[in-house]
Design a protein around this ligand. Structure first.
Ligand code: HEM
Length: 494
């Protein structure tokens, strides 16, 4: 708005561009009379107002974002042929959306929750979306439980109130959640700003080089600002004082030209290692220890431009794990596989069938195919043929260059089962290691008090005992004892 202050005001028009005579008074029969339907400016103003909202995202509704670029800092051609990753110094424009998971569009920024960390790279070979979180792991390992898990985080149908009972009930019945819940209950569950947190692709993805060799990879975006978190009390106080704290901080930092940046570091596993690795490398509840697969820095992401319009640039932004460019492919992770369906489906419902034609979602490379028409379509390919095959030089798929990676053999009986177990597959080993070996004594103390505070809100004694016995004591007996003590429980911790 400040840009407009020194300019001559333009003449108001309706949406068809027709100049408007008066924006103060509706057209009426005499000063006191009823209004006239022929006041099309008024009718349009009211009708457009009624249609200002699109459905909010079913999860991650609360968010904000910024534009910037990715710069390659190390050669990755030995692992991936992705064009945007090749050539040191090469820059690719991008947009990032940060979000909370459970809260609605108008909820507070600083609540305890994982944060979405989702990037759309506008590459020369189409849009590449990496839709990750600020945690390297997740609560569940099979897509089929996602709606149930999310329901346990959302409002109870009868009361419209969130329920900590539902959360702990689900988590204890699904102990694979223990790693993510431990992480969430540390102060990393309440990041100080969006600039002071890391981002992770979380899933294992496949990279393919120009020779067709395949690798399993994980993405880590490590904040150049450092990782800083609020305590539970600080986060709670700020939720009340300034529910827009994170959004405001990001906009103001970029306005001040303090551009936040992250180093992209990769973990790269030789393709053949996966079958015999000590735990299932596709299980989203596990990290790969850095001692097994060290971090390799390959690039840098910088955010240097605020959106011009939050609704157009961020609310209508459509990010999808299905958007993978040549050189990057899916892994058999049962969560990733489900997400590849779910996001474009959500976008068609939330924004409309031609959501990819909106400026923020449009690829910066050419689009050529035989899809056409639909609500709000405006992109077209001139006189290109509209069916395939044709003899008029219409677009042709290129199996030679872009075919499926060779040598991926997947077989087995059709069944509804858990993953086959690897020797060290266990839900409590990694959260236990996080507690014992990674957290400092202060961080452990905060973990305990954060859990106690969370479990003190409407969770009855019987469920508290179950959580301690079947969950925290299994993560680590000392943690179980400390949480029990904090809750004032006499529990025989095994
Ligand atoms: C948003 C589904 C797991 C990160 C969404 C949306 C859906 C969805 C439907 C809303 C999309 C939209 O309306 O634009 C699922 C399903 C999952 C799953 C079915 C499991 C099978 C995950 C995981 C992560 C994640 C594991 C992180 C590693 C995100 C993020 C957003 C999101 C960051 C917000 C994207 C944005 O900013 O627009 N998810 N999700 N989700 N999800 Fe998931």
């Amino acid at each position: 708005m400040s840009d407009q202050v020194n300019k001559k005001p333009p003449v108001t028009t309706n949406d068809a561009g027709i100049p408007t005579a008066n924006d103060e008074h509706s057209l009426s029969v005499g000063p006191n009379g009823p209004l006239l339907l022929q006041d099309h400016y008024l009718v349009q103003k009211l009708a457009q107002f009624n249609r200002e909202r699109v459905p909010e995202r079913v999860v991650h509704a609360r968010g904000t974002g910024a534009f910037g670029y990715f710069e390659v800092t190390a050669d990755v051609s030995q692992w991936s042929k992705a064009a945007f990753l090749n050539g040191v110094g090469k820059r690719t424009p991008l947009v990032v959306r940060f979000s909370t998971v459970a809260g609605e569009l108008g909820s507070a920024d600083t609540v305890r929750d994982p944060r979405g960390f989702a990037i759309k790279f506008y590459t020369e070979e189409g849009n590449y979306d990496l839709v990750g979180n600020n945690t390297p792991i997740f609560f569940i390992r099979d897509t089929i439980k996602f709606p149930d898990f999310i329901h346990s985080q959302k409002r109870v149908p009868r009361t419209g109130l969130p329920s900590h009972t539902a959360q702990w009930d689900f988590w204890t019945l699904y102990p694979e959640s223990a790693h993510q819940v431990t992480y969430l209950m540390t102060d990393r569950g309440t990041p100080r700003t969006l600039r002071h947190m890391n981002g992770y692709g979380s899933h294992t993805y496949m990279w393919i080089n120009a020779k067709g060799e395949k690798f399993w990879v994980k993405y880590h975006f490590i904040s150049d600002q450092g990782v800083e978190n609020f305590t539970n009390a600080e986060a709670g106080a700020i939720s009340g004082q300034d529910p827009n704290f994170h959004r405001r901080d990001l906009i103001e930092a970029i306005d001040r030209k303090e551009y936040p940046s992250w180093q992209l570091k990769m973990q790269i596993m030789p393709y053949e290692d996966a079958a015999t690795y000590r735990f299932n490398p596709f299980d989203l509840t596990k990290v790969w220890p850095h001692s097994d697969y060290p971090l390799i820095t390959i690039g840098r992401m910088v955010l240097d431009r605020n959106p011009a319009n939050m609704f157009n640039d961020i609310e209508q932004l459509a990010l999808s794990p299905a958007n993978m460019v040549p050189g990057i492919a899916a892994s058999p992770d049962k969560m990733l596989q489900g997400r590849i369906f779910s996001y474009p489906d959500a976008h068609r419902y939330r924004i409309g069938t031609n959501y990819n034609q909106l400026p923020v979602n449009q690829p910066q490379s050419e689009v050529n195919n035989y899809n056409k028409d639909g609500a709000m379509s405006y992109r077209h390919n001139g006189d290109q043929p509209h069916y395939s095959p044709n003899t008029f030089n219409g677009p042709q798929a290129d199996t030679q260059r872009y075919g499926e990676p060779e040598g991926v053999v997947i077989s087995g009986e059709v069944a509804r089962t858990a993953y086959t177990l690897h020797p060290e597959d266990n839900d409590f080993i990694q959260p236990g290691n996080l507690y014992r070996n990674v957290l400092s004594e202060t961080e452990k103390e905060h973990l305990v008090t954060n859990i106690v505070a969370h479990m003190s809100q409407g969770v009855d004694r019987a469920l508290q005992e179950r959580v301690i016995n079947t969950y925290w004591s299994q993560v680590d007996p000392d943690l179980g004892r400390r949480v029990a003590k904090g809750l004032g429980l006499e529990v025989s911790v095994r």
